[in-house]
Design a protein around this ligand. Structure first.
Ligand code: CS2
Ligand code: MN
Length: 356
């Protein structure tokens, strides 16, 4: 595996590449062309300059998170072929630039959903949290506004203002889309892009829905074992793979993380590893430190099962708590993610050495 950190680019991130370089456990960067809207082509020149910037800082561009899929593609609207063509051109340019891992999601309207971005813990650190009861009370528009006000002036992926202006239209677009239709739209998209992925050896890695159940009545298809298996089987190509995100997929306590990892052998191309705490019931959780004992998941068995399936892709510590008075994008401060990277690398080293 290659330990990585997500970086939002000089313009938006409070964390610099120079700082990440000093984390030392982290060798790779996961990033994106932040200003590109879904459906836009990424030129070879733009990709190369992003890559150079990272390499000039002594780091490796390990993958893209995300090349976002447009709602036309997700909803299967009449103009989806135009957006798919653009996506193929982008993949082609990424392949030419020697980039081989692409994360994306297939969640209608919203990316991840949270009710709080700064829930205070007993030690004064803050974390992102989700409470289903609150979601049921507020509805999508109020949720967007409260998240926007909490973003510290940063732009959160999936929560771009221009997208949210269209929220009503977007809900209408998905009015008649059920889970089966969404699966078939995903298949249509994957079938169309597999040839370019084969040509350039690009691993597509779909991100699980976060949380892993339907929110605001929208269909969700990347949320449990059966659905993941259906995705893997419906397009039987190794480039059709998964981003294994413990913090998203694990929101549903019925999901068995270790079993799912072993079932996905050869198809996990990217891993997001973080831990969760559950409060009064299953649909009320908050993000915790990575440490097993701080949350619900056994990080050792998760890392061990990734190791056992021969996982070689990028891993990132995903979100962290906000600690030591850091001011950063919620979930994406430097300090706790650096602690997480160190911990996960420690587990991995111990697992590897035990094998000898
Ligand atoms: C990420 C997602 O920050 C996060 O929670 O895991 O936003 C992820 O990048 C997207 O869903 C992938 O397209
Ligand atoms: Mn994730």
């Amino acid at each position: 595996m290659e330990m990585t950190m997500r970086w939002y680019g000089r313009k938006y991130d409070t964390v610099t590449l120079e700082q990440i370089r000093q984390v030392c456990y982290v060798k790779g960067i996961i990033t994106t062309l932040y200003e590109k809207l879904p459906g836009e082509i990424w030129s070879f020149k733009e990709i190369l300059s992003m890559k150079k910037e990272i390499e000039n800082a002594g780091l490796h561009l390990a993958g893209i998170e995300s090349v976002n899929v447009s709602d036309a593609i997700k909803a299967g609207s009449s103009n989806r072929d135009r957006d798919i063509d653009a996506y193929i051109k982008t993949l082609e340019n990424l392949g030419k630039a020697d980039i081989h891992t692409v994360c994306y999601n297939f969640m209608p309207v919203f990316d991840w959903t949270r009710t709080e971005l700064y829930r205070k813990r007993e030690d004064g650190s803050t974390v992102l949290a989700y409470n289903q009861f609150q979601i049921d009370q507020i509805g999508p528009e109020r949720m967007f506004n409260s998240i926007k006000d909490d973003m510290n002036g940063t732009i959160m992926p999936g929560w771009e203002p221009e997208r949210m202006e269209k929220i009503k239209e977007l809900f209408l677009l998905y009015k008649d889309i059920d889970e089966d239709q969404l699966f078939s739209n995903l298949k249509y998209f994957l079938d169309a892009i597999m040839p370019v992925c084969d040509k350039y050896n690009i691993n597509m890695a779909i991100h699980p829905d976060d949380p892993s159940w339907s929110v605001f009545g929208l269909p969700r298809i990347v949320s449990d074992y059966k659905k993941l298996k259906r995705i893997i089987d419906m397009v039987p190509n190794k480039h059709n793979g998964i981003t294994f995100c413990t913090g998203s997929y694990g929101t549903n306590l019925n999901n068995d993380l270790v079993h799912t990892i072993s079932m996905l052998k050869g198809r996990i191309h990217f891993a997001h590893i973080r831990n969760l705490r559950f409060n009064n019931g299953m649909r009320d959780f908050e993000e915790s430190a990575h440490l097993s004992s701080d949350g619900f998941f056994n990080m050792y068995t998760i890392m061990k099962s990734l190791h056992d399936i021969g996982f070689e892709g990028p891993i990132r510590p995903d979100h962290g708590r906000m600690i030591w008075d850091e001011k950063a994008m919620p979930g994406y401060g430097l300090y706790d993610r650096a602690l997480g990277a160190a911990y996960l690398c420690g587990l991995w080293e111990a697992i590897e050495k035990k094998e000898i």
